[in-house]
Design a protein around this ligand. Sequence first.
Ligand SMILES: [Zn+2]
Length: 82
Amino acid sequence: MATTTTRTVVSRPAAVPAGRVVLDWSGLDGEEPARLGPLAPCQHCGQPALLRHPVTRRPCHKICAEAAINARRSSRTRGGGA
Ligand SMILES: [Zn+2]
């Protein structure tokens, strides 16, 4: 009988810098998943987006939402001073 090798492929996010937010809009964690809709301007960058924010339901790129959260966080931790 042939030996079978089971390989488990786990989808992992690319290396994420510590403290950086990465959203999970898959709905696999029990939260509301992001949905798709017709192309409409992203609420952050204004470029056409298919994704809808799972909470606000507004057109939004996931990376734009993450960038907005991370920008807010870093301005908070740095005191917002420049
Ligand atoms: Zn965007």
